[in-house]
Design a protein around this ligand. Sequence first.
Ligand SMILES: *Cc1c(COP(=O)(O)O)cnc(C)c1O
Length: 395
Amino acid sequence: MLSRDQMTGIASNQQCDTYAWFSQRAWVEIDLEALSHNVKQLKQLLLPRTQLMAVVKADAYGHGAVTVAQTALQSGASWLGVATVPEGIQLREAGIQAPILILGATQTPEQIHAIAHWKLQPTLCSPKQALIFSNILEAINYASPVSVHIKLDTGMSRLGTNWQAAAEFVQLVERLPHLTIASVYSHLATADSPDPAIMAEQHSRFKTAIAQIQKIGIKIPSLHLANTAATLADSQLHYDMVRVGLGVYGLAPAPHLQHKINLKPVLQVKARVTQVKTIAAGTGVSYGHQFVADREMRIAVVAIGYADGVPRNLSNKMQVLLRGQRVPQIGAITMDQLMIDISQLPEIQEGEIVTLLGDQGKEQITADDWAAQLNTISWEILCGFKHRLPRVGVI
Ligand SMILES: *Cc1c(COP(=O)(O)O)cnc(C)c1O
């Protein structure tokens, strides 16, 4: 991630400095103050004893894992969640010492060695996986026990042991050498739905599983179930920890949950105007000439395209912000560039900054807007921005 200083020339709108033009044609801005605000708002929803895990998998939903993790930990999060072993190692190599839960499946010897070495905490989803862990740690004669998290499938049908076999599974892991159970958890499939029925069923299965584990006399230090949606929907679901991704990044999982909290979007996507021109009526724009000017038009070329993560399916549908106004995108979005109609702003200069996601003046375009246009979810939009776009921290 570049600092604001390294990005000098990008922030000032009219500057046509060569470095900024060519090396920073387009970028992602990360508002660390908004991130910190979101974490604090989320923490306020919780009882003091309930921990907040910031889920920073997939490079913190495209925001940059190390910076997000550091800011989240400074703002009230005490755990981090990642999907893979390399994601966990990246955080450790940056000097982060907070507990890190790997939410995905792991079981190769290389993964297990790395988990032990870097003090990461794996999710255990089956008796077979638990045995593999224990055997491999035994083989390398690993001295201190590895903290593991028992995953129950209560209705997501993704990772986890069936909730009805919870007690048996926990008992097996408890008896295995080299493993210590740090938590039991499950994941909800419909927490963002306005209809709570399926979530209630999953919650009831979770409670039953916990009761059965208690019945055999095993004490579990921590229980957790809630993602962002469940955290906002019902404090009964908070237990000892909540695992929050989307909310940390400032988006509500569903419109009916928006009013529960004041969140600020963290990520903005910006790019430069690289050429402006006037085209005559009847002129086609971009590949396939899907757009043909019906009048003389002023257009601008913007240095960002689908190889940066602007979905090509937004061609001729999306708008961008320029000088605080909404401006329509025209023609097919190409790999590295796209065109916009600036007939309403004919004085636009080359080098000016276009906001694709984010706000300018009173106007705002969010990942939710793109998700609605593309019939997908904001999570996918955020994860879609490529590494070609530098991440710039803004404080
Ligand atoms: C990704 C993930 C989360 C976070 O989900 P959000 O909806 O982004 O809050 C929580 N728990 C698990 C197991 C996950 O995989």
